[in-house]
Design a protein around this ligand. Structure first.
Ligand SMILES: *Cc1c(COP(=O)(O)O)cnc(C)c1O
Length: 471
C-alpha cells in the first residue's frame, strides 16, 4: 500500500502495544510507551519521476521533500523548506553532503560539513528546529536527555544551545571520547545546557537514559524528551543523503551500493528507509569496529552482546544497537508480537537468535563486516598514501569494509561520518607526522569547560536532572 504525500502520517510502535501517534508525537516521545520504537504505519513513497527530479534540487530542497513526506499535515511544504534551508545553512559546503571520488566507481559521502564536524549535525540541526516549532506552538518546555558515544552530544549542544523551549542534559562516558568531541559539548556557556561525565561506558549511559524514560512519574515531572538515534525524526533526516548521493550517481536509473559505519544502527537503518521509499539501492554493508554485534548478527544469525572494547572509533563502541529493533520489525513482516518477545528476551538474556525468515529478509538488503583496530589504522594510512584523502577512524572502518566488496560496475558509496580533525590523536597514530585540524575544532581548545562528573547510577542522574529542571 502506498501512501499519498498529503494527509496524516501515523507512527506505530514496533512492539504493537502503544497507540499510533502523529509526527509530533513520535518526535517528542523518542521511545514509545510500550518500550518499542516508532515507525511510519505505511512508508511514504516517491515515484521514479519524483526521485529523478531530485537531481535538479539543492540538498535543502530534497530534505524538505523527505521531511514533508514524513510529517504529513504537521508541516506545510513552505515550512518544511524554510526549516531545511535554515538547518543546512550552518554547513560549510554548499552541497551540505558532497561526494568525493576515490577511484573509478568508489566514493566518499562527506557527512561532516556541519558545525560539530560529524554526521550527527545533519539530523540534529533539523531536529532542533522541529522542536522549536512544535513546542513554541504548544507553549511548552521540555527536558531533553541524551546519551552520547561522542558525537550526538556535541551536535545536540550546538543545535539546541540557547533554545527557548528546551533544556538539554547530555551523558557521556568519561575518558571514552576524544578531546575535540568533549570540547564541542563542554565549552558552550548557554544556561539551558548541562553535560554529565559518567564513570562508565556508552552502554551504561544509554541504559541509564532508557531507565529514565521507563520511570513515567519522573518523565512527566521533568517533561522528558529524547534525541538519541532512536528518535524517528533523526532517522528521517538521515535518509535524505542516501537520496542525494544515489541521484548524483545516476539513480533511479542506476543502483548504488552503500557502506555505513555503524554503532546504534540509526544511519544504516536510514538507508533502509530510503529504499522503502522507492530509492533503488543495491545493498548496504554494515561496517562495525571490534564491537561487532551487528556484523556477527548478520553473518551468524545470533544477535548477542559481547564484551565492549574501547577503539579509535568510539562513536561505534556500542554493543546494543537500539535501532536494530526497527530492522527486526521490518524483516519479520512487521510482526509486533514477535518483535516484542524477541527484544524483551534480549533485554533479559543479552542474546537473541534471529528466526530464519527474519535473517533471510535482513540479508536481502544488508551484509556485515567487522574491522579490527589494526585494519582501521592501516586503512587510514593506505588511503592517505594512495588517494591523498585523510579520513577519520569511523570512516576508515567503512573504507576497510568497502575494500572487501568485489569490484563491479556498481558505484560504492562509503559514508564518511566524521572529519579527521575530530580525532587528531587517531590520525597521528595511524599516519605519524600528519596533523588533522579544522578551524571549528581549533577555536575551542583552551576555552573553559563545564561538566559534572557523576557515577553510572540512575538515581544520581535523576537527582541532577530534577535540580537542573527547577533552576
Ligand atoms: C554516531 C556515529 C556513528 C554511528 O552511527 P549510528 O547511527 O549510531 O550507527 C559512526 N560514526 C560517527 C563519527 C558517529 O558519530
Amino acid at each position: 500500500m502506498l501512501q499519498p504525500l498529503r494527509g496524516p502520517v501515523q507512527y506505530i510502535s514496533t512492539r504493537g502495544a502503544a497507540a499510533p501517534v502523529a509526527f509530533e508525537g513520535a518526535l517528542l516521545a523518542g521511545l514509545a510507551p510500550d518500550g518499542g520504537l516508532y515507525v511510519p504505519q505505511v512508508w511514504p513513497h516517491f515515484s521514479e519521476a519524483e526521485i529523478a527530479a531530485f537531481a535538479g534540487m539543492s540538498y535543502a530542497q530534497v530534505a524538505a521533500r523527505v521531511l514533508k513526506a514524513f510529517a504529513g499535515d504537521s508541516l506545510s511544504e513552505a515550512q518544511a523548506l524554510a526549516l531545511c534551508v535554515d538547518a543546512y545553512a550552518t554547513f560549510d559546503h554548499p552541497a551540505a553532503a558532497p561526494l568525493v571520488q576515490l577511484d573509478a566507481n568508489r566514493w566518499l559521502l562527506e557527512l561532516f560539513r556541519g558545525p560539530t564536524l560529524a554526521f550527527k549535525d545533519v539530523a540534529m540541526q533539523m531536529l532542533a528546529r522541529l522542536y522549536d516549532k512544535v513546542l513554541g506552538e504548544r507553549g511548552e518546555r521540555m527536558t531533553i536527555v541524551a546519551a552520547t558515544s561522542g558525537d550526538t552530544g556535541g551536535a545536540a549542544v550546538e543545535a539546541f544551545r540557547g533554545a527557548k523551549h528546551v533544556r538539554l542534559v547530555i551523558l557521556f562516558p568519561d575518558g571514552r571520547i576524544s578531546d575535540v568531541q568533549r570540547r564541542f559539548m563542554t565549552t558552550p556557556t548557554d544556561a539551558n545546557i548541562a553535560c554529565l561525565s559518567v564513570s562508565g561506558d556508552f552502554d551504561d549511559c544509554q541504559s541509564i537514559v532508557k531507565g529514565l524514560f521507563r520511570d513515567t512519574a519522573f518523565k512527566d515531572e521533568v517533561a522528558l524528551s529524547g534525541v538519541n538515534s532512536i528518535n524517528w525524526a533523526r532517522i528521517a533526516a538521515q535518509s535524505v543523503y542516501y537520496f542525494t548521493a544515489a541521484v548524483a550517481l545516476g539513480a533511479p536509473g542506476r543502483k548504488v551500493r552503500f557502506v555505513t559505519p555503524t554503532g546504534n544502527f540509526g544511519d544504516a537503518f536510514a538507508g533502509h528507509v530510503a529504499a522503502q521509499m522507492g530509492l533503488p539501492i543495491d545493498g548496504i554493508t554494515i561496517a562495525t569496529n571490534a564491537n561487532d554485534i551487528l556484523a556477527r548478527a548478520v553473518t551468524t544469525g545470533r544477535y548477542a552482546r559481547g564484551e565492549g572494547v574501547a577503539t579509535s572509533s568510539p562513536a561505534m563502541d556500542i554493543q546494543v544497537a537500539s535501532n536494530f529493533e526497527r530492522l527486526f520489525f521490518e524483516a519479520s513482516g512487521r510482526d509486533a508480537a514477535l518483535t516484542a518477545s524477541a527484544f524483551e528476551g534480549f533485554a533479559a538474556t543479552g542474546a537473541l537468535e534471529l528466526p530464519h525468515a527474519v535473517l533471510t529478509a535482513i540479508r536481502l538488503r544488508f551484509d556485515g563486516e567487522a574491522v579490527s583496530e589494526a585494519q582501521t589504522l592501516a586503512t587510514m594510512a593506505d588511503y592517505w598514501r594512495r588517494t591523498g584523502e585523510l579520513v577519520d577512524p569511523h570512516t576508515a572502518v567503512g573504507l576497510a569494509a568497502a575494500d572487501r566488496i568485489a569490484p563491479s560496475d556498481t558505484p560504492v558509496v562509503t559514508l564518511s561520518t566524521a572529519s579527521p580533525a575530530k580525532f587528531p590523536e587517531a590520525v597521528a597514530a595511524a599516519i605519524p607526522g600528519v596533523i588533522a585540524a579544522h578551524a571549528r575544532a581549533d577555536r575551542l581548545s583552551g576555552l573553559p569547560e563545564r561538566m559534572t562528573p557523576i557515577a553510572a547510577d540512575a538515581e544520581a542522574v535523576k537527582a541532577f536532572i530534577r535540580e537542573f529542571a527547577r533552576a
